[in-house]
Design a protein around this ligand. Structure first.
Ligand SMILES: [Zn+2]
Length: 170
């Protein structure tokens, strides 16, 4: 039976519902999509998912980049290879985030620490977990930690953070 009865305003209407959970719009998700068809540095994420932090090194001029590149910013060669980075380094500088969080981070996350970590070949910024700002000092040893990102895509995604080396307590 087709429900096409148009009896002058007395029509039965289809009932629809609002989703239980409103998901973060894809455009406001600040983590990059990580697969081969979405980014040309997918190998960085594949390696990270396998537990290894890597970056690109130029085969022509030997420059090591971070973040990973598809073309060398030093000599414009595209002959690059992925090399392993150390998972331990020291805090080069750090700060504390107290507010103004991007969408997708919940308020219970603040305050948290972000820092620049010197791994030797490169310096990179990242979040420092399991540490209060007041507990940290420049030069503190930190280790890499890999986290899985929850939503808003179904794709399995990972990212890196750091944690103090001697604060293994929590
Ligand atoms: Zn180069």
């Amino acid at each position: 039976m087709t429900d096409s009865d148009t009896n002058g305003g007395d029509t039965e209407r289809e009932r629809v519902s609002v989703p239980d959970e409103v998901e973060l719009p894809r455009l406001l998700d600040f983590y990059e999509l990580q697969t081969e068809d979405q980014t040309r540095i997918h190998e960085f994420y594949d390696n990270l998912r396998d537990g290894q932090l890597t970056t690109t090194q130029c085969r022509d001029c030997e420059e090591i980049h971070f973040p990973p590149r598809i073309v060398c910013p030093e000599c414009t060669s595209d002959d690059l290879e992925y090399v392993d980075l150390p998972h331990e380094g020291e805090l080069y500088t750090f700060s504390e985030v107290r507010g103004g969080l991007p969408m997708g981070l919940s308020e219970h996350d603040v305050p948290y620490v972000v820092g620049v970590v010197d791994l030797g070949p490169v310096r990179l910024s990242g979040r420092v977990d399991d540490a209060a700002y007041s507990d940290l000092e420049i030069g503190d040893p930190v280790s890499l930690k890999i986290v899985e990102i929850d939503g808003p895509t179904d794709e399995e995604r990972v990212f890196y953070r750091f944690e103090p080396q001697n604060g293994d307590s929590r």
